[in-house]
Design a binder for this molecule. Structure first.
Ligand code: NAD
Length: 288
């Protein structure tokens, strides 16, 4: 048991926040957990499953007296939420976010954080295709990376405490610069989600293969590859709108590779295909 903060306020009560609530309880990481989500239905569910000690009807009430405030809403809502809670933050408190994009969040949230309150952007590299307050589970962050993206001049002790907090939730932490974060995440997360969405979109759009056939005969390739296409549309819309530059750059690279493979298939270049698949298999086998 390692209590890192007194009161922790969770703003947004979806997959990530509810997993944090379970992991905090498991590890005795906080003395008290309050929560708020915009939708009444989500707040009702959170109360029914006793996700937090208190579920409040406003974000302002939830952050009252909190030592750590977690912004766990879609990236596009971070700025509005930060503006609303700013006057209610306790001096010395720390605000973190868990958004999948960092430059846009730093820009949207940073200006609202009052003097004397610390802001440490974070991103847990863990998730599932499920969303909402009932999707969370305590082990989501176990042995997964959480990227810590401290702004220039961030308070050292505040950053170290945030790292201790994520470690107490089961995660490993690594610090990363903000632009690099968005590029890395475009490669390892954002583009794969985009491709998964297009795989399902293309299958749905075919006139000679029916949706029923796709569902019925969906074997390992399609089933495994498209699991993440069931993810929350609001979250992913916001990711692509806010990480435009890095995702477009990576999408350009991806398209080039696809064209190269298309050419190899058309020209019957077996050597090109074999070499490509051998190289990529070796890389994939290195990922556990
Ligand atoms: P989710 O859809 O499960 O939950 C989002 C929550 O935010 C809901 O409770 C919703 O009611 C609430 N919300 C939305 N707008 C709000 C507003 N304006 N004010 C207050 N509450 C609001 O989403 P999630 O998967 O928990 O994602 C939350 C954040 O974590 C996102 O920024 C996402 O980019 C990031 N993230 C998600 C994953 C993942 O795999 N799901 C992984 C890492 C980081």
């Amino acid at each position: 048991m390692a209590q890192i903060y007194g009161k922790v306020a969770l703003i947004g009560l979806g997959l990530i926040a509810s997993s944090m609530a379970h992991a905090m309880r498991r590890g005795g990481v906080a003395a008290e957990i309050s929560g708020y989500a915009r939708s009444q239905a989500t707040r009702d569910t959170a109360r029914r499953i006793q996700l937090c000690d208190t579920v409040c009807d406003s974000a302002e009430a939830a952050v009252e007296g909190a030592d750590l405030i977690v912004l766990a809403v879609p990236v596009g809502a971070m700025g509005v939420v930060a503006e609303a809670i700013a006057p209610h933050l306790k001096p010395g408190a720390t605000v973190i976010d868990v958004g999948s994009v960092k430059a846009a969040v730093v820009e949207a949230v940073g200006p609202h954080v009052p003097d004397g309150v610390h802001f440490v952007p974070t991103h847990p590299m863990a998730g599932t295709e499920h969303s909402g307050p009932e999707a969370g589970f305590a082990s989501l962050f176990d042995n997964r990376w959480t990227l810590i993206v401290p702004p220039d001049g961030a308070d050292r002790a505040a950053v170290e405490r945030v790292e201790a907090y994520w470690q107490a939730l089961g995660a490993n932490c690594e610090r990363m610069e903000v632009t690099h974060h968005d590029l890395v995440c475009a490669v390892v997360s954002h583009i794969p989600h985009l491709i998964a969405y297009t795989m399902v979109g293309v299958a749905d759009d075919l006139s000679r293969v029916s949706d029923q056939e796709v569902i019925k005969f969906s074997a390992a390739g399609f089933r495994d590859f498209t699991r993440i296409a069931a993810s929350d549309p609001t979250m992913w819309r916001d990711v692509f709108l806010t990480n435009k530059e890095a995702t477009l750059e990576m999408l350009g690279r991806f398209t080039e590779e696809l064209f190269a493979l298309q050419r190899a298939i058309r020209t019957g270049d077996g050597e090109e295909l074999f070499d490509y698949f051998t190289r990529t298999r070796a890389i994939r086998r290195g990922i556990i």
